[in-house]
Every structure is written in C-alpha cells, then in structure tokens.
Design a protein around this ligand. Sequence first.
Ligand SMILES: C=CC1=C(C)c2cc3[nH]c(cc4nc(cc5[nH]c(cc1n2)c(C)c5CCC(=O)O)C(CCC(=O)O)=C4C)c(C)c3C=C
Ligand SMILES: [Fe+2]
Length: 448
Amino acid sequence: MSVEPPSTPGPEVGPSAPGGTGASARPGVSRRGLLGAAGAAGVVGVGAGLVAGRQLGGPGSAVAEPAPAPDRYPFLGEHQAGIVTPAQDRLHFAAFDMVSSERADLISLLQDWTAAAARMTQGHDAGPFGATSGPYDAPPDDTGEALGLPPARLTLTFGFGPTLFRLAGQDRFGLAARQPAALQRLPHFPGDHLDPQRSDGDLCVQACADDPQVAVHAIRNLARIAMGRASLRWSQLGFGRTSSTSTSQATPRNLFGFKDGTMNLKAEEPDLLDTHVWVRPDGAADRWLAGGSYLVARRINMTIETWDRQPLREQERVIGRTKAEGAPLSGGSEFSQPDFALQGRGAQPLVAPDAHIRLVHPDQNQGAQMLRRGYNFVDGSNGLGRMDAGLFFIAYVSDPRTHYIPMQMKIARGDGMSEYLQHTGSGLFAVPPGVTPGGYLGQPLFAA
Ligand SMILES: C=CC1=C(C)c2cc3[nH]c(cc4nc(cc5[nH]c(cc1n2)c(C)c5CCC(=O)O)C(CCC(=O)O)=C4C)c(C)c3C=C
Ligand SMILES: [Fe+2]
C-alpha cells in the first residue's frame, strides 16, 4: 500500500507552516498524521507517496512485522471504496445541495473533497496543516475531534443526484446532456411518507467507519470545506451495520432482531458484481459512469413496539426465516436456498406467499440482485413512547430501473413486513468510478 507523508505547506503560508518558526505559527504537532502513515499518493492536492513496509528491529532485521489487520482502505482505485469494502460498524450519510451555480465551483469543490477524503481515509487531518498548526489567525483546516483516533477503516463514497444535472428544467452546470437515463428521482411508492428534508440532494457522501467520531468528523469537515459552494441538506447517522458485504464477516442483525445480509452480494463474487452493481454504460450520456454504480438510500422507520408484541411464529412468518439462525422456513441452515414450493400442514407453503424473502428473491425479480449496505438507526423518541427507529437502507445497483424500483413496488404492495414499515426518506445518486492518481472525484463527467 502506498503511504502519504505529512503534507508540505502551501506557499501562501510561509513561515507559519507546521514546524516553522514564524511568529504566527501555532505551537503543537500536526495531528493524526502521527498515527496514520498509509495514504493516497497522486491525488490532486495531495503530496507524493512513499512505500509502506515497516520492519521490526530496524534496518537489517530479518523479522518482518506480521501483517496487521488493515485499519485503512486505499482511497484510489477502479471503484470507490465503501461499496464492496467490508461494511464497517458506523455510518454518517449526508446529502448536500449546491448553493453556487458556477460549474467552476462544482469542480473545485470535488477537487477539494478529493484531497480531503484522500487524507482523512488514511487517518490524517482534513487539510495539510491540521487542527493545531497553520496560521494562528486563520481557522484551522481540520476541526480536531479526530485527533488521536485511528483511521477506523473510514471510507468516503460520493454520489451525484439527478438535480445536479437538471433542476426545474434548468441545466445548472452544463451537465444536462450527461444525465444518465436511469438517474431520476425515485417514483412514489404506495405507503411512502417521505420528508423532503430527509430526501434527495445534489450530492451525497456516505462515510463509514468503525468509530462514529471518525465518520462524523469526516462529514463535518467535508461540509466545512464546501461552505459557499454547497450546503448540507440532510444527514443520517447509523449505529450498526445490517449487512455483510464480504464472506469474511458474520451476518449482523437488524432492529427486528433478525439476521440481515445473509444472501447479500459479496466482494468475493466479482462476476455477480459486474452484472448487478457496476454500471455498464449504454450510451454517450452515461459513459462517464463506467465502473461506478447507483446508490439507493431509503430511511425506513420500523414500528418496533408493534413488532415486539408479535408472537415469534408471526415474526418468522413475516420474514420467512428463523430468528435464531436465519435459516429459511423451508429448512436447512442460514445459507441454504429457500424452497418456495415446499408445503407444510394444510398444504400451506412453509415460506408464506407474502414473506419478505419470497418477494425479494432473485427468482421472483427477473434475476435482479443488489449489494445492500444498510444501517440501524435510532433518532430519539417521538414523545408518545415510541422510538424513532429503523433501518437506513442503502443499496448499490447497476440500474435502479431493473434492480430496485420493481422490487420496492412489490414490497410496498404485497410484503407482510410493510405493515411495520414507513419510508420517511429517499434518494437516488449516481456514484462515479474510483479516483485515479492525479485525478479527482467525478472527473470523467467534466471531460470534454
Ligand atoms: C427493495 C429492496 C429491499 C428493501 C427496501 C428491504 C427492506 C428490508 N429488509 C429487511 C430485512 C431482511 N431482508 C432480507 C433479505 C433481502 N432483502 C432484500 C431487499 C430489500 N429489503 C433483498 C434483495 C434480500 C435478499 C434476498 C435474496 O437474495 O434471497 C432478509 C433475509 C436475510 C438476508 O438475506 O439478508 C431480512 C431479515 C428489513 C428489516 C427491511 C426494512 C426495514
Ligand atoms: Fe430486505
């Protein structure tokens, strides 16, 4: 893995650079850079890279340090990190609206976000000076609450909403001709109770980490950097992952108490990811999205108090799986394929006709699969003794028209689980491919 050295100061700062002796320099050591050595070489605005490879015992020692579990993921790559990356435990998801209508501001924002994301995902402060260095009479280029914290496997995944391309018929940034046909506001589904203040947005950022403070720090600093160009529209915290995205992970549980993520697409299935997650462009409009994906976000409230009063038999009937092991009610163990034809007493199907796993199974959806990456949330209580709780559903798909919308319509119309759900937020975003060395997020979108 390549690593990033502490950044060199910009020329505008001169003697107040970190470690400098200028009268306006702040005392103190520049930041998390002490902890985070690995990095993001070659990214716009970020310094050149070094090669990692610490050895125990110093030069000449024959004993190589055992490879530690990675505490950070590379920022550069063919695809953005945070999609097939093993799902971390915490989420801070944010949607932004552009407040500037200048194309140059959008591009400079994406460049600045690229540089900051490359730094923060490697455990560094958001800017080259850090929270406690730099000009004493200027705001620090990092907010400071992640000082001393490890990278915590932070990933930052960026997306573009339909309104970035066209808003009220207006081509705001000269991008209208590049709006993919699939990138439209999601349709209204039966039972939707969407809050506009928790929906849509020009841009989105999914911050995932194993430490909530690291995820929040990242979003906060991206919002700070965006000031004057984009502003926060809405955001959502998640405290526990509800899916596995790698066979190396145990299946977690959602707030209904059931294992969630058993049949999810996994990083170890590249052929299926090519078919169901990564975009295959079908024309000039979406060519820039090759290697990218679509992110579906749905804030789904779960009436857990009502659910908790249901007998175990009913809970298992609604899901179609056992609560203990997560095995299909047709038999077998967690990873067994359900047998939807198998009947029990009274010739009733063992997996009920309106069971969730029957309705969402690929066989019932023209083979469509998705990579789910959702999180449990509790946003306090409503004053009537009920928690504002649920599942912040995130899914990555190659085309929402075939891989999300028909399935969601089916759930909304006929899934026994819908009785316990209310969709309160929604968004669809095109997720550009990963950043190449020297490039910036979404750069192919702006290419001539
Ligand atoms: C439109 C897509 C889906 C929504 C919305 C959705 C909401 C939702 N799901 C659960 C709980 C479980 N879902 C499970 C499996 C599952 N769910 C979807 C899609 C949506 N779920 C798919 C595609 C699958 C996998 C189907 C398959 O390939 O066989 C499961 C079973 C365990 C698992 O396979 O992950 C559970 C449990 C909740 C609570 C929820 C909304 C709050
Ligand atoms: Fe589901």
